[in-house]
Design a protein around this ligand. Structure first.
Ligand code: SAH
Ligand code: CA
Length: 239
């Protein structure tokens, strides 16, 4: 094969791989038909979130990390039910879940959101500005493992959605920063179903998620329910 043909093959292979990635979703726990029905009967994404979802898929690596239409509406609904004054989010990514939580934040409230990826900053700030409530968002860029211990406030709602290998650490870091009656939500705790595998055979991230689920289950400081929504939401209430 000459070099030119090889280059062409490489480009096609790359495009095919991208197409494959865009078609594969996080493992669905319900049938495709039922999933379609659920989405069809769930409120539409607000226009700004629809745009952000699209732009993330067009321009940003790993768009599957974005909460998306259905989970976004779930997070928005939780936030409206909790009516938090002070929210902490660990793992901003492109700001989709931040804007969902913002929908339930009370007037004069604040959401602190942390991400280590400085490359997304311009895009994220642009969307926060478009929300018209950017003054309520404290967007911090850096390692959450270092930033969270410096936060002095108490929170009504904490969303853990950053690096999975630090999930246990984040839980320990935030548990005493959550008000009694406040909530912690950890995303991706089913890890595409991998958490049910034989413990010894699991990779490090999956082991951490299994350890977290067990710790939460045994921890008297929280009431909890593991909701099989999308990739699994562990919803905890500080008691
Ligand atoms: N909450 C977003 C998705 C977050 S994806 C949504 O639902 O739309 C996970 C994010 O965690 C990524 O953007 C990644 O950059 C960030 N992250 C990974 N390790 C981190 C760390 N140590 N500190 C802060 N953010 C981290
Ligand atoms: Ca997530």
């Amino acid at each position: 094969m000459n070099a030119k043909v090889f280059e062409k093959v490489k480009v096609y292979a790359f495009l095919l791989f991208q197409l494959f990635l865009s078609k594969t979703k996080i493992m669905e726990f319900i049938s495709e038909k039922l999933d379609e029905y659920v989405i069809k009967h769930t409120a539409n994404e607000p226009q700004l979130l629809y745009q952000l979802n699209r732009e993330t898929h067009l321009k940003v690596l790993q768009p599957r990390m974005l909460s998306g239409h259905f989970q976004g509406r779930v997070l928005s609904m939780f936030s409206k039910m909790i009516k938090p004054k002070n929210i902490l989010e660990i793992g901003t990514y492109t700001g989709y879940s931040t804007l969902c939580f913002l929908e339930g934040l009370v007037e004069g409230g604040k959401i602190t959101t942390i991400d280590i990826n400085y490359e997304l900053e311009d895009m994220v700030r642009r969307y926060f500005d478009l929300s018209g409530r950017s003054e309520a968002i404290d967007y911090k860029i850096g390692d959450a493992m270092e930033i969270v211990p410096t936060l002095q406030e108490e929170f009504d709602l904490v969303f853990i959605d950053a690096d999975k290998d630090n999930y246990l650490n984040y839980y320990h870091q935030v548990i005493d920063k959550v008000k009694l009656g406040g909530y912690i939500i950890a995303d991706n705790v089913l890890w595409s179903g991998k958490v049910t595998g034989e413990y010894d055979q699991l990779d490090a991230d999956t082991k951490t998620l299994v350890d977290l689920n067990q710790l939460v289950h045994d921890d008297k400081r929280v009431e909890h329910v593991l909701l099989p929504i999308r990739d699994g939401l562990m919803v905890m209430r500080r008691v």
